[in-house]
Design a protein around this ligand. Structure first.
Ligand code: ZN
Ligand code: ZN
Length: 373
């Protein structure tokens, strides 16, 4: 989809608050979100008056088509020196923001050098910024939400396909491959990240990589997967079980599911990421799993699988309509395994609407048995 001109307008309105006259955009996802350009190399310059894209000869035609709101600046060489004067024209003495979280030290040195080589009256001042574009990008428009919904739907299907192959003897790698094969054969551009399939004790590592190890009867299996459709990511976790879940698994699963459901129901626009996290953390602590919840509750998802806003104990990000976030509490016990349940949700009219439809386990849990034993 082409980037709406309103994104450019929204960034221009923000330049004052960022205390800059212009912004150099180098992060690929920000570059794409702002301009529509999907190529692998290019730099944007946005000021109140100008919108320029510098890219090399491989991408001139593509940039003209995709980034039609931007004036093309030919970058004959990879060296920043070769296009800095044209890209920064008219900004002598002005403050130009750079994306401090995305520019390497080497690139920063190259920009500084290229600016030093300009006429003194043409030299802008570089100002490192964090989160210049990310808070804008966190609010999804209708077209983005449509792409995300299609990615979520395909992720649900890929999970269902792989989960149907779950039986004692199938390996983690085989299950991960079934996810990948199904997703790529049914329209995914790629996976959002390397699929996680972690059986039994392996499931206590939140970011376990699939092994050539067979799932055994009586093991829980954490499956965390995502696909990319039209540039937008999905992210889904389900914990399944090979055979009949035992009492302890049922307890832990019930605690995580309760935390997940409560968080989805109670998270509201205006809350901080830390307040959202605390909802699930409190439920898990009351169930005796407080220490076992070792990561943040969730994160934004869009062009990148991890983006703003963050839902975690130390996040001051404020949740708002249009945010697409995951809600993914987990409980991990080294030597035993883990349970994580993750849905992707969109904030609408101040509340979360769950996009993920992959089924969860329906376990009957009796009263009175602790989870940690
Ligand atoms: Zn995930
Ligand atoms: Zn996630």
């Amino acid at each position: 989809m082409s980037a709406a001109p309103s994104r450019l307008a929204r960034l221009r309105e923000r330049l004052d608050a960022l205390e800059v006259d212009a912004l150099l955009v180098t992060a690929p996802a920000n570059r794409r979100w702002l301009s529509g350009f999907t190529g692998s190399a290019g730099v944007l310059l946005v000021s109140t008056e100008a919108a320029r894209i510098a890219t090399d000869g491989r991408y001139h035609e593509q940039a003209r088509l995709q980034a039609s709101a931007f004036e093309l600046v030919a970058a004959p060489l990879r060296r920043i020196e070769s296009f800095a004067a044209d890209l920064l024209a008219g900004l002598g003495g002005r403050a130009v923001g750079i994306e401090a979280a995305h520019l390497t030290v080497a690139e920063h040195a190259e920009w500084a050098e290229a600016i030093d080589a300009l006429d003194p009256s043409d030299r802008p001042r570089l100002k490192p910024l964090r989160d210049a574009i990310e808070p804008l990008r966190a609010v999804k428009d209708a077209g983005e939400l449509e792409a995300i919904t299609r990615a979520v739907r395909l992720g649900d299907e890929a999970f269902a396909h792989a989960a149907a192959q779950l039986r004692p003897g199938v390996s983690e790698r085989e299950l991960a491959w079934e996810v990948q094969r199904y997703a790529l054969e049914h329209g995914a551009q790629r996976l959002s990240f390397e699929t996680i399939v972690a059986a039994g004790p392996h499931g206590s590592m939140a970011h376990a990589r699939p092994r050539d190890v067979a799932v055994e009867a009586g093991q829980g299996v954490v499956m965390d997967l995502g696909v990319v459709v039209d540039g937008y990511c999905s992210d889904l976790t389900r914990t399944v079980f090979a055979g009949e879940p035992d009492e302890r698994f049922a307890r832990v699963y019930d605690a995580v599911l309760t935390a997940q459901t409560m968080a989805v129901e109670r998270i509201e626009a205006g809350m901080s990421g830390a307040e959202a996290h605390a909802i699930a953390a409190t439920v898990l602590a009351e169930a005796g799993c407080g220490e076992a919840f070792t990561h943040g509750l969730g994160h934004g998802v869009g062009l990148e699988v991890h983006e703003a806003p963050r839902l975690s104990a130390d996040s001051g990000d404020v949740l708002a309509d249009g945010h697409v976030v995951t809600v993914e509490p987990g409980a991990y016990f080294p030597g035993w395994g883990g349970v994580r349940i993750e849905d992707q949700c969109v904030m609408e009219d101040g509340r979360l609407r769950v996009l993920s439809r992959a089924p969860k386990l329906d376990l009957q849990v009796g009263p009175g048995v602790g989870v940690a034993s």
